[in-house]
Design a protein around this ligand. Structure first.
Ligand code: 5AD
Ligand code: FES
Length: 349
């Protein structure tokens, strides 16, 4: 065990902050004992805030059409092999109704940037319908970089939360992951708009994305400390065969787990999912995520017919399973490590 890293983890636990140089030291020197040490602290913290309860959110992936061309993403515009689909409003509502029966009290509407077809007005109508059918539920949106007036309209329609991973807090790194037309500043402005409009806001990163360094991760931790997102989504980068990053190495499962623990230690009441990508890189990845401080799981509510088409990376799990199968699979997985699924909205406190 690196004594230096361990004392920095203790310092983070005490002060809830580290300097950039200290973060770089952690990311350049950590070992497996340090990860286990951080996991122990993170688990104690999540147990004291949430007990052994895990929140679930059901994701409806309603369109895989995207006007963007992010270099890492399987549904990027240039991928002509992707079979594109769009769900109707009725299909989206039906997924939520089915999810409700299975105990979901948060619905996450996620898609590519398909704004020409799913206009802000149409999305607002869908949000209103879900809220009318299920007034006891939270609606989370994950639609990419909408403009402020559209975000305001959706907030007025009843949307509670918004997920928009910043991907990296290092501008130069951001430019290596995205085409020239996309801007780091626009994404960061969008995140600030979301907070400002009263959304519970989620940021996040891929661990081991191409060209990521310890310094990039240090910037990400400083960004989290300053922005204080209510949620942080962290999963390993996984290559997709039809993208420019097809031959890039996948991210490290262990480093992903360490980052989950560090986020939990830094922001004790954070909503922190054990992501699908983590469950893909390792069969017990989501259980390990929970054991490293995660307190949220986000399975899919999408219809079986389209599940195999929403592929951001290769080998995604649960594409052959139904809403009910995932629901009970997760219940058993959580039970096997001593946790229970809670049937609530699971808001940030
Ligand atoms: N590997 C892992 N995560 C990915 N995402 C997109 N493509 C990949 C990939 N190849 C993540 C991004 C995005 C979220 C919806 O999925 O972080 O914000
Ligand atoms: Fe989907 Fe296990 S969670 S099959």
């Amino acid at each position: 065990m690196s004594k230096q890293v361990r004392s920095l983890i203790d310092k983070l636990d005490r002060d809830k902050t580290l300097s950039k140089a200290e973060w770089v030291t952690v990311f350049d020197n950590w070992d497996e004992d340090d990860r286990a040490y951080a996991a122990g602290l993170a688990r104690e913290i999540s147990q004291s805030v949430f007990g052994n309860k895990i929140y679930i959110r059901g994701i409806v992936e309603f369109s895989n059409v995207c006007k963007n061309d992010c270099l890492y993403c399987g549904i990027r515009r240039s991928n002509t092999n992707a079979q594109r689909y769009r769900l109707t409003d009725e299909e989206i509502l039906h997924c939520c109704d089915e999810g409700y029966e299975y105990g979901f009290r948060t619905f996450v509407l996620q898609s590519g940037e398909d704004y020409a077809v799913y206009t802000p007005e149409r999305m607002a109508g869908i949000v209103r319908s879900i809220k009318a059918a299920h007034p006891d539920c939270a609606v989370t949106l994950s639609l990419g970089e909408l403009e402020r007036d559209a975000l305001a309209l959706l907030r007025e329609a009843g949307a509670d939360r918004y997920l928009l991973r910043h991907e990296t807090a290092d501008k130069e790194h951001y430019q290596k992951l995205h085409p020239a037309g996309m801007s780091f500043e626009h994404r960061m402005n969008c995140l600030h708009d979301l907070k400002d409009l009263g959304y519970q806001t989620g940021a996040g990163i891929m661990v081991g994305s191409p060209y990521q360094t310890g310094e990039c991760l240090a910037e990400d931790m400083l960004f989290f400390a300053e922005f204080r997102p209510e949620m942080i989504g962290i999963g390993p980068f996984l290559p997709h065969k039809d993208t420019p990053f097809r031959d890039m190495p996948k991210g490290s499962c262990e480093l992903t787990l360490l980052l989950l623990s560090l986020c939990r230690i830094m922001l004790p009441d954070l909503l922190l999912p054990a992501t699908t990508a983590l469950g893909t890189i390792r069969p017990d990845g989501r259980e390990q995520g929970v054991l490293h401080g995660a307190n949220v799981i986000m399975p899919n509510l999408s219809p079986s017919a389209v599940r195999k088409k929403y592929l951001l990376y290769d080998n995604k799990i649960c594409t052959e399973d139904s809403t009910g199968e995932c629901r009970f699979c997760l219940q058993n997985r959580m039970k096997s490590i001593g946790y229970e699924i809670e049937i609530t909205r699971g808001d940030h406190r």
